[in-house]
Ligand binder design. Structure first.
Ligand code: SIN
Length: 486
C-alpha cells in the first residue's frame, strides 16, 4: 500500500482507537485479500460490552450534535467529502485489497460515497417543518422535525465504503450520532472513516466503528434503549430476523435487502445499447451487487443475436487481481461465494441450460470465476429464484409483454428492474407494471445520491439518498398551540 495512514486495525469508539486488550473474549479476526489469500491484518472481535460503550458515547454526544446549527453539521459532512476525494486513490487501493474489485471501480466507489456527504451536507440545511391549517380559530398546528437519536448501522462487504457513506451522511446531517458495524471481511475501509473523523475534529462519540460477530452487536443495537434506529444492508434472510427483533423493541428500521433484478430486452430495443447495459448491470463488481440483473429476459426476435454479442463481450472481460492494470473482473469475496455460483450453474445445466461463455473457475485461483452466460434458462431453475451474487447471466426467451411482466414479478424480491425498449408507451407501461422500487429504462445502472435507493416486498423498506433519504432519520413532532384568544 502506498499510504498506510488509513490502515488501522483497531475499532474507533468514542473518539479513541481501541484494540483487543487481552481481556477474556477480546479476540481478533483475520482479514484476507480475496485475490491472493494473503492475511492483511486482524481486527477486534468485539461484542456487547464494547457496543454498549459506543452507544453510551453516542448518547452523550447526541444533545450537542442535534443542537448544532445545520450549517455546522453540513460543514462536517463536506469535510468528510473533501477528505474522501483528496485521498481517493489511497482509499481505493485499500478497498481493492480487502474486497477485490478493480482499482478504477474502487476509486469510483470512494467518489460515489463522497457524493452522499456532499448531497446530505446540502440537505441538512433544508429540514423544514410545517404549519397545518387549523380547524380551530384560536389554535395553531405546528410540525417540527427532530433527529431520531442514536443510530446503529450494519453494512455489507460488497461496497465497503459507499454503503457506510449512504447511512452515515444521512444520519450525521439529520443530527444523529451513528455506530457502524462493517462486514468482518472488509473492515479497513470503514476504519478509514475513523482516521478522517480524527482529522476533521468530528466531536467524540458522534461516530464509532466497531467490528465483531454480528449477533451480539445486533442484539445490543436491538435491546439497548439508548439506541433508537437500526439501518441494515444485507440479505433478506438476515434482514427479516433483525427487523423483527428490532421491532420487538420498537426501534425505527431501514432495511436494504436482497434483489433478483430482471433485465428485459424487447424486440424494439437498441441492441448495442442493451448489450452494453446488460454487461454493466450484470458484471459490475463481478456480479456482487444487490441490484445486479439476475434474470435477463430477451424477446424472441432478438434472442439469438443478443446471446451471441453478449457472450462474446463476457468472454472478453479481463479477470484478475484488481490492483493490476486493465482488470475488469476481480475475485469473488470468498470461496463460499464461488461454490454458490457453481451450484447455480450445475443446477441450470442439469435442467437443460447451456453454457455459452465461461462456466468454470478461472485458472488464477480459488476465488476467481469466469464471467458466465447461460442460455435456454427456464423458470424451474434455482438461479431464477435465488440471488446468485456472482458473474452468471441467465438468458430467458419470451414472446409477449404480458408474459414477461408476470415472469419478472414472480419473485419475493422487488429492488431494481431494467427495461430496454424504444417504445415510449411500453416504457410507461413497464414502469407502472413492474413491482420494484427502482426501474431503469435503457440504462444498466441507476444508483445516484440524488435519487431514492430502496425496494419493496422482500427487498426491504426505507429509502437511501435523495431528499427522501433524510426522512428515515427524522421524527415528526406535532405541537398544538392554544389559548390565542384575547
Ligand atoms: C448494493 O449492491 O447494495 C448497492 C449497489 C448500488 O448502489 O448500485
Amino acid at each position: 500500500m502506498t499510504d498506510r495512514r488509513f490502515f488501522r486495525q483497531e475499532c474507533y469508539i468514542a473518539g479513541e482507537w481501541v484494540g483487543p486488550n487481552g481481556a477474556a473474549g477480546d479476540e481478533t479476526v483475520e482479514v484476507r485479500n480475496p485475490a491472493t489469500g494473503e492475511i492483511l491484518g486482524a481486527v477486534p472481535n468485539f461484542g456487547r460490552d464494547q457496543t454498549k460503550r459506543a452507544i453510551d458515547a453516542a448518547y452523550e454526544a447526541f444533545p450537542e450534535w442535534r443542537s448544532l446549527p445545520p450549517q455546522d453539521r453540513a460543514r462536517y459532512c463536506m469535510a468528510i467529502h473533501d477528505a474522501l476525494m483528496d485521498n481517493r486513490d489511497e482509499l481505493g487501493e485499500l478497498l481493492t485489497i480487502e474486497m477485490g474489485k478493480p482499482l478504477p471501480e474502487a476509486i469510483g466507489e470512494i467518489a460515489f460515497g463522497a457524493a452522499f456527504f456532499k448531497w446530505f451536507s446540502e440537505e441538512a440545511t433544508r429540514i423544514y417543518g410545517d404549519v397545518i391549517p387549523s380547524p380551530w380559530p384560536n389554535k395553531r398546528i405546528i410540525l417540527t422535525k427532530e433527529p431520531v437519536g442514536v443510530v446503529g448501522a450494519i453494512t455489507p462487504w460488497n461496497f465497503p465504503s459507499a454503503m457506510l457513506a449512504r447511512k452515515m451522511a444521512a444520519a450525521l446531517a439529520a443530527g444523529c450520532p451513528i455506530i457502524c458495524k462493517p462486514a468482518i471481511e472488509t473492515p479497513f475501509s470503514a476504519f478509514a472513516y475513523g482516521v478522517i473523523a480524527d482529522d476533521i475534529g468530528l466531536p467524540k462519540g458522534v461516530l464509532s466503528i466497531i467490528t465483531g460477530d454480528p449477533a451480539p452487536i445486533a442484539d445490543e443495537f436491538c435491546e439497548n434503549p439508548k439506541l433508537r434506529k437500526i439501518t441494515f444492508t444485507g440479505s433478506t434472510a438476515v434482514g427479516k430476523g433483525l427487523a423483527s427483533k428490532a421491532l420487538a423493541h420498537m426501534k425505527r428500521v431501514s432495511m436494504e435487502l436482497g434483489g433478483h433484478a430482471p433485465l428485459i430486452i424487447f424486440d424494439d430495443a437498441d441492441l448495442e445499447r442493451a448489450v452494453e447495459g446488460a454487461m454493466i448491470s450484470k458484471f459490475r463488481n463481478s456480479g456482487q451487487t444487490c441490484v445486479c440483473s439476475n434474470r435477463i429476459y430477451v424477446q424472441a426476435g432478438l434472442y439469438d443475436e443478443f446471446a451471441e454479442r453478449f457472450s462474446a463481450k463476457a468472454r472478453a472481460l479481463k479477470v484478475g487481481d484488481g490492483l493490476e492494470s486493465g482488470i475488469q473482473q476481480g475475485p469473488l469475496i470468498t470461496e463460499k461465494a464461488v461454490l454458490k455460483v457453481e451450484d447455480h450453474i450445475a443446477d441450470a445445466t442439469q435442467k437443460g441450460a447451456s453454457v455459452i461463455a465461461g462456466g468454470k473457475r478461472d485458472h488464477l485461483g480459488l476465488t476467481f470465476f469466469e464471467p458466465t452466460v447461460l442460455r435456454d434458462v427456464t423458470a424451474d431453475m434455482k438461479i431464477m429464484r435465488e440471488e446468485t451474487f456472482g458473474p452468471v447471466a441467465p438468458l430467458i426467451k419470451f414472446d409477449s409483454e404480458e408474459e414477461v411482466v408476470i415472469q419478472a414479478n414472480n419473485t419475493e424480491y422487488g429492488l431494481a428492474a431494467y427495461v430496454y425498449t424504444n417504445d415510449l408507451g411500453r416504457s410507461w407501461r413497464m414502469i407502472d407494471a413492474l413491482e420494484y422500487g427502482m426501474i431503469a429504462i435503457n440504462e444498466g445502472v441507476s444508483s445516484t445520491p440524488v435519487a431514492p435507493f430502496g425496494g419493496v416486498k422482500g427487498s426491504g423498506q426505507g429509502r437511501e439518498g435523495s431528499r427522501y433519504g433524510l426522512d428515515d432519520y427524522i421524527n415528526i413532532k406535532y405541537a398544538l398551540i392554544g389559548g390565542l384568544e384575547k
